[in-house]
Design a protein around this ligand. Structure first.
Ligand SMILES: O=P(O)(O)OC[C@@]1(O)O[C@H](CO)[C@@H](O)[C@@H]1O
Length: 369
């Protein structure tokens, strides 16, 4: 049994997690304050959240106060920088929703604090056309192109772009198990666990259309977040917005809409997706879905961290070993935007630039059958 490295915290001022809490979270709040003309009491709550030194629980009347009290047991009252990074980030987004009254009884209930930001980063008609044109290629070429579009689409993460500025266009896949991914699908159910809306969700939808129209999947479940999260993560409303972006008469848009109506494409969500947990702790209902699927495709950096555990693994730790517990075949498609990496060849990282784990210039397509 491999000894697990400790769970990542944010205490080292030179570390990536520290920069997320110190720089990214205040920048996110700043954007939220600009996005909507929130009333004074909301603006005050948001400013207090940014200034908070020690993690505080949700208000007692929150619908999920008890769950959060348990997840944070042992952490309440500690510095934001000293609690696990995954917990701190999740709590930040949950507390942000509390501050803006997302679950409250008032008039701002259900208003997505990140909605205007998502809308301003919508895919262009040219991006839609380029993806639609793939249909003219031989199927093997479509398979390869769709995996690449889906993995690089993961760079369209607004939380990341907020502080990353211009991303180096290195476009290097450090691991490419794409072919193996296609060998795993044979006409059953495929689950796609979505990450970001907009420019990431678009290639994901085109991939789903390919799975369904070629019979590689009889049924696809698209898992979305139950609430606004990590700025640009996709909700049901974002999927519907995205479908409306396909021009009238677009075959892909038409097929996807029909698939939703027929149930061959099903939208699904679970509170787990906004909880400070890894897939090791997925609820039985969710784990059962993964077990029954022919393949689960996990999109994005955060889902990768949830899959292998938010730990500073040596990068040569075998991916199959750390994902072996996942209840079914799994493919992780992810642009590398945080410290957690597994599955590289021994010594491979020696030739990479110092910033390779967080620059968004590298990506992974990793599969465990
Ligand atoms: O999951 P995604 O959208 O690919 O990325 C989420 C992200 O931007 O946020 C986290 C840090 O705050 C990291 O996991 C990653 O950098």
């Amino acid at each position: 049994m491999r000894v697990e490295p400790p769970v990542i915290v944010s205490s080292d001022p030179a570390s990536f997690p520290h920069s997320v809490l110190r720089d990214r979270h205040p920048a996110i709040v700043e954007r939220v304050l600009r996005a909507h003309p929130y009333p004074p009491e909301v603006r005050t709550e948001l400013q207090l959240l940014v200034q908070e030194v020690r993690v505080e629980p949700l208000r007692a009347d929150a619908h999920d106060a008890a769950a959060w009290a348990a997840w944070g047991a042992g952490f309440w009252g500690q510095s934001w920088f000293d609690v696990p990074f995954l917990f701190a980030e999740n709590l930040f987004y949950r507390r942000l929703l509390e501050a803006v009254g997302y679950y409250g009884a008032g008039a701002w209930r259900g208003i997505d604090p990140f909605g205007p930001q998502k809308a301003s980063d919508a895919p262009t008609p040219q991006e839609l056309e380029a993806l639609a044109a793939l249909e003219g290629l031989p199927e093997a070429e479509q398979e390869a192109a769709l995996v690449r579009a889906a993995v690089w689409g993961n760079r369209a993460d607004l939380g990341f772009k907020l502080v990353a500025g211009h991303v180096e266009q290195v476009d290097e896949l450090l691991v490419d198990d794409g072919k193996r991914m296609w060998e795993l699908v044979g006409g059953g159910t495929v689950i796609v666990v979505a990450d970001n809306a907009g420019r990431e969700l678009l290639p994901d939808l085109v991939l789903i259309d390919f799975l369904l129209r070629t019979g590689r999947a009889a049924r696809v479940e698209l898992h979305v977040k139950p609430a606004p999260y990590f700025v640009s993560d996709a909700l049901t409303a974002d999927v519907l917005d995205e479908l409306r972006r396909f021009p009238a008469g677009s075959p892909i848009g038409g097929r996807l809409t029909a698939a939703l109506r027929q149930g061959t494409l099903q939208l699904y969500s679970h509170s787990f997706y906004c909880a400070p947990l890894t897939f090791h702790d997925a609820a039985p209902e969710l784990a059962g879905r993964f077990a029954a699927a022919e393949l689960t495709i996990l999109k994005g950096d955060l889902n990768y961290r949830r899959l292998v555990g938010d730990r500073m693994w040596p990068s040569s730790t075998p991916f199959a070993e750390v994902s072996g517990y996942f209840p079914g075949p799994v493919a992780a498609l992810r642009t590398v935007k945080s410290d957690v990496v597994t599955g590289l060849a021994a010594g491979a990282e020696r030739s990479l630039p110092a910033s390779w784990r967080t620059s968004g210039a590298f990506a992974l397509v990793q599969v465990r059958g």
